[in-house]
Design a protein. Structure first.
Length: 616
């Protein structure tokens, strides 16, 4: 075996750590009885999912629609099984130790530990679907599962049988080497941070300088990339910003390197400032636009996370409810004290405007605008695709029965079409929006299912303004007319819409409304009929331009007067809309009328506010 062989290198690393002790620390995990009760309540819920036969968590199948080829049934997830094992150990209950040992042995065995394998160091999502059957395997599982195993190693190693201690160490090092080999860039926020944690913490814990140095370098690269950009790449994401804060907090608690600690303190403040500036206290919602989120309305888990991180200075739910968590005692996230006021009150309306992604030559920046009004919040991104995890145009408001939200979707046979492209220019509660279509993108995902030859098979294509949440007091027009202003009455908020232009090839455009128990919608139907091929390259034109205005209903002008200064024109393959507002700066938006590659669409589109470039 040569010294350059990866097996040789790994054997040296393992031999260096096999006898290194790690102290137990479960006695100090819980700071008070409320926290411990909340932990035990969360653990009891997870107990119900344990499958003693397979020695893993068992739950109904669900997925975001990619990586896995499974379609349904019950599955045994690897990541959740590891986090359950950590919680069993954290309980300090000797009776639960045996179950944790069983899970660790079972789940570690599912890792690809062959350094010569393409999937080296990772796990499949589910026991039922080996790595070879995934489409494609998810390399992030080295980061997710490695993180959980590090919690075992940090606080519980001495409680495990000696042979399992060795297996835990080996598994962590395999995961860390896989992360190092993959070497994701700093733009992949949550994985860049999580991989830095796994490699740096493992390197320090097991005295492997190669890994510790890599982790420090990776953290520094993330710091140097992110702060000048002004935002995380996955900007303003209720899902991934919390993941980022969690991993930053975990490193603040576990990493010993002083320079890394200094960077982490700054990154922690950086992350919390983004959350604070767009939190809307009247609705207790995280206002948009969102680069990625899995649900439109904020879940209680995120509110509990913020409540814990502010030391109880915010009070969204009861202390007992906020304490229900398997890992709150480990993460110990903390929001800087001077940012807490953003979560407690909104004394007056304010606008937040921020560059999320810097632009370049012939490429506009990605800019988010958020209007935070005591009665509602409206947010938009100046440019975005319409993947189902995006929320580039979204509003929240409060009604008697609770909170509701409005967002824009592009639907292909009922599912979000990732190759819809949205452009916006917003000022306070008013915006101009334009939708066209990308010819080099994906169908349900931006890259995992690329549309071949810019052609899809479709029975239905539409734009939808979807309203979800507590929709009891929402009133929609019975027979909306695309040529007339449309008013959506959202409780005490009025939302007015005006379509300036809507063309989808030669297909007739229709409008319709609908509702069910959970949502309501206003649809612009672009195509409906027999399944057919639709080639976006062959469409002579496919573009929709609209204006939207949100106001307190008590102060909203008559619908027919809202858009009195709204006009549009077509010239040189582009559509331009202008909104001359009384006493307010003029809004102007230009988009290409024909679909094309996303880069060319971005370069051709523009927005101005009061005659000034709104996208700088």
């Amino acid at each position: 075996m040569t010294r350059s062989n990866p097996l040789f290198i790994l054997s040296l690393l393992l031999s260096a750590v096999v006898s290194r002790p790690v102290s137990a620390g479960q006695l100090s995990l819980f700071s008070n009885d409320t926290e411990r009760r909340g932990f035990l309540a969360a653990l009891e819920k997870r107990d119900a999912d344990y499958d003693a036969k397979e020695k893993m968590i068992r739950r109904p199948f669900s997925s975001p629609g990619y990586h896995t080829t499974l379609k349904g049934g019950m599955v045994h997830p690897t990541r959740e099984s590891f986090s359950y094992a950590v919680a069993l150990l954290d309980s300090g209950d000797a009776k639960r130790l045996a179950r944790a040992v069983d899970i660790l042995r079972r789940a570690i065995a599912l890792q690809d530990q062959d350094p010569n394998s393409k999937t080296y160091g990772i796990w499949s999502w589910f026991m039922e679907e080996p790595l070879a059957k995934m489409s494609p395997p998810d390399w992030n599982w080295a980061d997710f599962c490695g993180t959980q195993l590090l919690q075992v190693a940090r606080d519980h190693m001495q409680r495990l049988p000696q042979d399992l201690q060795d297996e835990v160490r080996k598994s962590i090092l395999h995961a860390a080497q896989s992360i190092k080999r993959r070497n994701v860039g700093p733009g992949y926020t949550n994985i860049a941070l999580m991989g830095a944690y796994v490699t740096l913490a493992a390197g320090e814990m097991f005295d492997v300088p190669e890994l510790a140095d890599y982790g420090k370098t990776r953290l520094k690269a993330f710091y140097d990339y992110t702060l000048p950009e002004g935002s995380f790449s996955e900007y303003n994401s209720p899902t991934y910003t919390i993941v980022a804060i969690t991993e930053i907090s975990r490193m603040l608690n576990h990493v010993r390197d002083k320079k890394s600690q200094e960077m982490l303190e700054e990154l922690n403040r950086f992350a919390w400032r983004h959350v604070a500036r767009r939190f809307h206290p009247p609705t207790r919602q995280w206002a948009g636009p969102h680069s990625r989120c899995y649900r439109t309305l904020l879940g209680e888990g995120t509110l509990a996370f913020i409540q814990r991180a502010t030391g109880g200075k915010t009070h969204f739910i009861s202390d007992d409810e906020a304490a229900v968590s398997l890992d709150a005692c480990r993460v110990r996230a903390r929001c800087p004290d001077d940012l807490v006021h953003y979560f407690t009150s909104l004394p007056q309306a304010r606008q937040e405007k921020e560059t999320f992604v810097k632009g370049g030559e012939n490429r506009p920046a990605t800019i988010g605008t958020t209007w935070l009004h005591p009665q509602f919040a409206l947010g938009s991104a100046n440019l975005s695709d319409l993947w189902n995890q995006r929320r580039p145009l979204i509003a929240y408001w409060k009604q008697d029965m609770g909170i509701a939200a409005l967002r824009l979707q592009c639907l292909h046979d009922g599912y979000d079409y990732a190759s819809g492209a949205l452009f916006c220019v917003q000022d306070k509660g008013d915006l101009l929006g334009g939708v066209t279509f990308v010819t080099d993108g994906g169908d349900t995902h931006g890259s995992l299912d690329r549309v071949k030859n810019a052609t899809i098979k479709a029975k239905d294509m539409r734009l939808r303004f979807e309203l979800e949440g507590k929709v009891d007091r929402i009133r929609l027009p019975n027979n909306p007319d695309i040529k007339q202003p449309i008013r959506l009455t959202l409780g005490d908020v009025a939302c007015d819409l005006q379509f300036a232009h809507a063309v989808f090839g030669d297909f007739p455009i229709a409008m319709e409304t609908g509702h069910d128990d959970k949502s309501a919608w206003l649809d612009l139907v672009l195509y409906r009929g027999e399944q057919r091929d639709i080639s976006f390259r062959d469409l002579s034109e496919a573009a929709v331009v609209f204006a939207l205005s949100m106001n307190p209903k008590s102060k909203a002008p008559e619908s027919k007067n809202v858009f009195s200064g709204f006009s549009f024109n077509r010239a040189q393959g582009k559509i331009s809309a202008t909104w001359r507002r009384s006493g307010q700066p003029e809004l102007h938006l230009t988009i290409p009328e024909k679909p094309g590659p996303f880069g060319s669409l971005r370069s051709a589109a523009s927005g101005t506010l009061g005659g000034e470039d709104a996208w700088k």
